[in-house]
Design a protein around this ligand. Structure first.
Ligand code: NAD
Ligand code: HSO
Ligand code: ZN
Length: 434
């Protein structure tokens, strides 16, 4: 049996829960030290360290002349993509765009009293770095998921980084970048790419925000550089939690668990069900389907280390478990998924019913697939247009209203012992009622 069938009342359930959710936190002490050294080296030594780590970790040589993808390279690589595949990507981009257009926030002003105008301006970020993973698999879909909302938001400049195998940009990455109008692409990845974007090097421009998912090294590096730049969230190794009842087909459930387990040995796939028969059938299906998977080794390791089949007393119990895990992806393969949805408080994205496999959301449904992992869906949301803008508050008072509110604010300032604050108000009221 690849995944043990456990009950939440088992004495070692807590240990299992910790192992799965803590793995999402990424911050294994040894890994943290490795990443700290990489980030520090790139911040201090720039290109020299960036190229050195790329050679050591990704196995290809870079120079100041070759680190950026040239226009010719981009065209050549993109031209290798079949027209029919490009059409699918174009349709995916259209669906992603249509969904994200609903997220556009408008500037607003309000006058809550005569003489007062308050408001909020929505301003796009000037320069954003998109991390498209490329270690174990290539993720052109992630280029769409990050670039489309950035474009809608009106970001000034998009920089794309991607660890390219052998120093050659992947044709599908080139094609999606072209589709999104991204022309500045660098062949770098891992923690060293995150550090380069955060601090800037001789060849890599410093950005205002880094978005996009990655493995544990990338996620740890993003957390480390936060403050120097903004980041979207911790979008680390993928995870799925499925709540299924007796109406679910074991083959569907197993296939969906494997769809995320195949991402990474660090990925996590969990089934929660009140139906013990289903639990056993899914376990058998997993074994059967695994045998045919090209990425079997990755998926198997992920299931063994971070997979579980949990049996609960009822569906309410399953919802409680799901909320505790706060998974990146939550599938509700039950008789009445809309009813169950009402109880869901924490999840990156929810997929309802028997015919909504999570993979449809990875590519073409429309909502974003860059999602919080490791329990961070407790406080983070999917990547969206809102991640690519800032909000600037606007305040305008007339002289008359300053006479009303000014003395109160000045008194408040003196209560805080901040006389200069008070003076800036009193001065304007001098000769009136200061
Ligand atoms: N949460 C999300 O929204 C989301 C979306 C897509 C993918 N993902 C996840 O993104 C991840 C992609 O991972 P990946 O590995 O394929 O690509 P990646 O680009 O994230 O990582 C590859 C880089 O990791 C670095 N690296 C590898 N081993 C290292 C080591 N021992 N020391 C230091 N650095 C090392 C290398 O520099 C390499 O370039 C997967 O875990 C996948 O599940 C998550
Ligand atoms: N499931 C991933 C997010 O965790 C996204 C993805 C891209 N391609 C395939 N899957
Ligand atoms: Zn996926």
């Amino acid at each position: 049996m690849i995944m043990r069938i456990a009950r939440t009342t088992d004495s070692d359930f807590e240990a299992l829960y910790q192992r799965i959710t803590q793995r999402g936190r990424v911050f294994d002490e040894d890994l943290w030290k490795v990443v700290e050294k990489i980030v520090d080296d790139v911040a201090r030594k720039g290109d020299e360290a960036l190229f050195d780590y790329t050679q050591r970790l990704d196995g290809y040589a870079l120079t100041a002349e070759t680190v950026a993808v040239s226009g010719k390279e981009l065209e050549e690589a993109a031209s290798r993509v079949e027209a029919s595949d490009l059409a699918i990507m174009r349709q995916a981009a259209q669906r992603i765009e249509a969904f994200h257009r609903h997220q556009i926030a408008e500037n607003w002003t309000v006058s809550d009293e005569p003489g007062i105008i308050l408001g909020q301006r929505i301003v796009p970020l000037e320069r954003v770095g998109i991390y498209a993973p490329g270690g174990l698999a290539s993720y052109p879909s992630t280029v769409l998921m990050a670039a489309v909302p950035a474009k809608i938001a009106g970001v000034g400049e998009i920089i794309l980084v991607n660890p390219s195998r052998g120093g050659q940009i992947h044709p599908l990455i080139a094609a999606t970048a072209k589709l999104c109008g991204i022309s500045r692409i660098f062949k770098i990845g891992g923690a060293q790419a995150v550090a380069a974007l955060a601090y800037g090097t001789e060849t890599i421009p410093r950005v205002d925000k880094i978005v996009g998912p990655g493995n544990a090294y990338v996620a740890a590096a993003k957390k480390m550089v936060f403050g120097q730049v903004s980041i979207d969230m911790i979008a680390g190794p993928s995870e799925i939690l499925i709540i299924a009842d007796q109406t679910a087909q074991p083959a569907f459930v197993a296939a969906d668990l494997l769809s995320q387990a195949e991402h990474d040995e660090m990925a996590s796939a969990v089934l929660v069900t009140p139906d013990e028969v289903l639990a056993r059938e899914v376990s058998v299906e997993l074994k059967r389907q695994l045998e045919r998977l090209p990425r079997r080794t990755i998926a198997e390791r992920s299931l063994e280390a971070f997979g579980a089949i949990l049996v609960t007393d009822n569906l309410e119990g399953a919802v409680t478990v799901a909320n505790r895990f706060a998974p990146e992806h939550l599938e509700l393969i039950v008789e009445d998924p809309w009813k169950l949805l009402e109880g869901i408080k924490h999840a990156g994205a929810v997929f309802l019913g028997h015919y909504t496999p999570e993979a449809i959301g990875d590519y073409i449904a429309g909502p974003n697939h860059v999602l919080p992992t490791g329990g961070t869906a407790r406080f983070s949301s999917a990547l969206g247009v809102y991640d690519f803008v800032k909000r600037i508050s606007v305040v305008c008072f007339s002289r008359d209203v300053l006479e009303d509110y000014g003395p109160k604010a000045a008194r408040f300032a003196r209560l805080e012992g901040l006389d200069a604050h008070g003076n800036s108000i009193s001065l304007r009221l001098a000769g009136k009622n200061s």
